[in-house]
Design a protein around this ligand. Structure first.
Ligand SMILES: [Zn+2]
Length: 417
C-alpha cells in the first residue's frame, strides 16, 4: 500500500512459491483457473495439497462430505482451531478466491509449529468441499454438512448436470471419508475481498463484521412447446419469453433501491433448447442480497407481484421457490476486536467491512467463535480470470492470520473457564 519494498522472509518466499504452484492446477489460457468441485483439476490440487500437509508433519483426514483436513495433533482429546477456505472454483475463475485462504491457513500453521507454547487447542487446516456450488448446488456445501446445517445424505445425493452425484464423484476421486471431521473450538478464514472497498480506502485488512442478508430462489416458468416459425403469435405460451421478463424485472428491482440491493440471475436452463422450438419450460436461479433485511423483504414482495403480472402477460405459469436464505449475520464482536488488536500490533491499515459474498466461515460461526479477514482485490474483480491480489497484501494477510490462529489456539475467544 505504501509502495515501499517489503522485507521478505524465507517463510514469505516459501508461501509465494507454493501459491504459484497451486495456481497451475486447472490453469486457463487467460491466466485464471477452472477447478470445479471434484473435477480432475480439483482432484489434482487436493492430492498436491495433501502431500504438502503431510510433508510438514500434519495428519490428513477426509470427512463424509470430502472436506480435507490437515490436523496438527498436539493435545490428546482437545478440539481444534479450524482454519481454511476452499480450493474449488467457478468454471472460469481467478486463482485467489478460496485458494489463497487455504494456502495461507497451511502456512500459518507451518509457522506456528515452530512455537506453540501455552496452546489449549489443536489446529486443523481445512479445504472445504464445494464452496462454489457451480457444479453441485448449493454452495458452501462442505462447511454446511460439517456444522449440521445440511444433512450429509442430502448433499451426497446432489447430482451435476451429467447425473453424477456428489457421492460418486468423491468416491471415485478417493476423497469420500467417513467421520464428521475434527471437533471445532474456534475458526478463522482469510479471503480476497471480491469488492473494491479496501482498495478505494487504501486499506490492507478488512475486519469482517458480518454478511449481507440473501434470498435465493428457483424460478420455474412453464409454457407450451410449439413451432417457433409456424405457430401464430397469439397462440404462443413461450417460457423463455416469460423467463426473459423475469430477468429484466430482477434487474429493474435493483434500480428501485440504489446501492442497497444486488440482484442477479446467474443460470438459465431452457427446455427443450432447440433452434426451431418455442421453449416449454425454463428454470432460473434468482439471487437477492442486501445489508438491510427490510429491503430484502420489500424486494421479495415486489418481485412476487411483478412475476404475477409477467405470468399473465406472457401467458405462462411461474413458480417462485425460496431455496436458500440467510439474514444479516454477524461474526462475534470479540473476534473482530481481537483481529483489530493484532492488525494494529503489525502496523497494518484495517477497516471493518461486511461481506456480500457467502463464505464457509458464515456457517462456522454458528458453532464457534470465528474470525473472518479480507485482503484487497485489485479493481474488485472476482469470479473472473483477471482476479488479482498483490503479493504484499497476500503476505500481510498471512502474517495477521498467523497471529489470529495463535490467539485462538491459546483460547482467547473462549468464555473464561
Ligand atoms: Zn471463495
Amino acid at each position: 500500500v505504501t509502495g515501499e519494498a517489503r522485507l521478505r522472509s524465507a517463510a514469505d518466499d516459501a508461501f509465494l512459491a507454493d501459491f504459484a504452484e497451486l495456481g497451475a492446477f486447472g490453469r486457463t489460457p487467460a491466466g485464471g483457473v477452472d477447478r470445479q468441485a471434484a473435477s480432475p483439476a480439483d482432484v489434482a490440487q487436493r492430492e498436491w495439497f495433501e502431500a504438502l500437509l503431510v510433508a510438514h508433519g500434519l495428519r490428513v483426514e477426509y470427512d463424509r462430505i470430502g472436506n480435507q483436513f490437515g490436523c496438527w495433533d498436539r493435545i490428546a482429546g482437545a478440539p481444534y482451531v479450524v482454519v481454511g477456505s476452499h480450493l474449488d472454483s467457478q468454471p472460469t475463475a481467478g486463482r485467489f478466491d478460496g485458494a489463497y485462504g487455504v494456502l495461507a491457513a497451511a502456512h500459518a500453521v507451518f509457522r506456528l509449529m515452530e512455537s506453540a507454547e501455552g496452546f489449549r487447542f489443536n489446529v486443523a487446516v481445512v479445504n472445504w468441499f464445494n464452496e462454489e456450488g457451480s457444479r453441485f448446488a448449493p454452495s458452501m456445501m462442505g462447511s454446511a454438512v460439517y456444522t449440521g446445517r445440511l444433512a450429509a445424505s442430502d448433499a451426497l445425493a446432489v447430482a451435476d448436470r451429467t447425473g453424477e452425484t456428489v457421492e460418486n464423484a468423491l468416491a471415485r476421486a478417493g476423497f469420500l471419508g467417513t467421520g464428521t471431521g475434527p471437533a471445532m473450538a474456534a475458526a478463522a478464514e482469510i479471503h480476497v475481498e471480491q469488492g473494491r472497498l479496501l482498495e478505494n480506502a487504501g486499506t490492507t485488512i478488512g475486519l469482517v463484521t458480518g454478511s449481507w442478508a440473501a434470498r435465493k430462489y428457483r424460478v420455474t416458468v412453464v409454457g407450451e412447446q410449439a413451432h417457433s416459425g409456424a405457430t401464430v403469435m397469439g397462440d404462443r405460451r413461450d417460457a423463455l419469453y416469460g423467463a426473459a421478463r423475469v430477468v429484466v424485472a430482477a434487474r429493474d428491482l435493483a434500480d428501485d433501491y440504489p446501492d442497497r440491493l444486488h440482484t442477479a440471475v446467474g443460470q438459465l436452463e431452457v427446455a427443450p433448447n432447440s433452434p426451431v422450438v418455442v421453449a416449454s419450460r425454463v428454470e432460473l436461479l434468482l439471487d437477492l442480497r442486501s445489508a438491510d433485511v427490510s429491503v430484502l423483504e420489500s424486494a421479495d414482495d415486489r418481485i412476487r407481484r411483478r412475476i404475477a403480472d409477467i405470468s399473465q402477460q406472457a401467458d405462462v405459469e411461474i413458480e417462485l421457490e425460496l431455496t436458500h436464505a440467510w439474514d444479516l449475520d454477524d461474526y462475534q464482536a470479540e473476534g473482530v476486536a481481537l483481529a483489530r488488536r493484532l492488525a494494529e500490533e503489525l502496523g497494518l491499515p484495517h477497516q471493518q467491512i461486511r461481506t456480500v459474498a457467502g463464505h464457509d466461515s458464515i456457517n462456522l460461526k454458528e458453532l464457534a467463535p470465528t474470525v473472518m479477514l479480507f485482503v484487497p482485490s485489485v479493481d474488485g474483480i472476482s469470479h473472473n480470470e483477471r482476479e488479482l491480489t498483490r503479493d504484499d497484501d497476500l503476505l500481510d494477510g498471512l502474517a495477521l492470520l498467523t497471529g489470529v490462529v495463535r490467539r485462538l489456539a491459546l483460547g482467547d475467544l473462549q468464555a473464561s473457564s
